[in-house]
Ligand binder design. Sequence first.
Ligand code: ZN
Length: 280
Amino acid sequence: MSEVRYERRGPVAIVTMNRPEYRNAQNSAMTYALDASFQRAVEDDEVKVIVLAGEGKHFSAGHDIGSPGRDADVSFERKAVLWWDHVGAEGGDQRFARESEVYLGMCRRWREIPKPTIASVQGACIAGALMLAWVCDLIVASEDAFFADPVVRMGIPGVEYFAHPWVLGPRAAKEVLFTGERFSAQQAKEWGMLNRVVPRDDLEKETLALAEKIAEMPRFGLALAKKAVNQAEDLMGLRSGMDSVFGLHHFAHAHNAELSGGDSLGGQDARSMRDANRKS
Ligand code: ZN
């Protein structure tokens, strides 16, 4: 079974994460399948807008830290950064190489996709899944969608693509990080993180309607408008802020590993994170 499904409906490419049995937990196989799908959509002249969706009840539970398909020790052809392979490296060298490529690097690469992208989010959108939604230009969520970045429980100051202060505002970003609690689609909309909140049954229809409206605009104009806003965000510190926080993030991984004999996640796994998050 393929980790990602690709389909085109008129001018819209729909890229769907397809590991519903693991709540679309993102392993590297899925990451590179997403990248291949995005590249296909960019190169297809018929495609004007790209939708990123998740199969099943949930958009995504985040990075794969516990499914049988976890593939953190597998080599893939690197696409995002010019760096050596993480496989065979050790300690901080290994973690920095891997996360520069498959997390921060891939997210930055996808943010630069020259066609408008829309995340279509239902159910859980947790931790690493926030990164996927945030790199999209627009986010449409269903009323049942919920969000959280609980990685402070691991002693880590937020996920690798540290857009929190820019997409939530500084005060909401602190609340989200300090409590690790879930927040609703309505709350996310109030904080300015979402464009639309729609009933669950209408999610696909409403996302496609928005995509088709955008698809009527000229391709090059859309690409330049996207670049303009992204450049403005970078001038507001997004890119350099993220670089500086990536250092704190890796300091936290290293601290965890130093205290625990090598476990950079601070003793947390998918199960313990899920149980802790359920209590919140
Ligand atoms: Zn990390």
